[in-house]
Unconditional design. Structure first.
Length: 63
């Protein structure tokens, strides 16, 4: 299983690192804590992106 840093996730998603931190802290994007940093399982990122694309992830930010 491969894990990505917050910076790597932000690069793949083309968002800021703060956006990734918000997704992790809100529980929308699963992550594990390694020391003082977070690592996101690569498979979890792909599932999140697929769910976002197909609209299957519920978001409170959307009308």
């Amino acid at each position: 299983m491969a894990f990505l840093t917050v910076a790597e996730v932000a690069s793949v998603m083309r968002v800021s690192k703060m956006t990734v931190y918000r997704l992790v802290h809100s529980g929308h994007l699963p992550a594990i804590r390694v020391g003082r940093s977070f690592r996101v399982p690569e498979q979890a990122l792909h599932q999140y992106l697929y769910g976002s694309y197909t609209g299957s992830i519920e978001s409170t930010d959307r009308p």
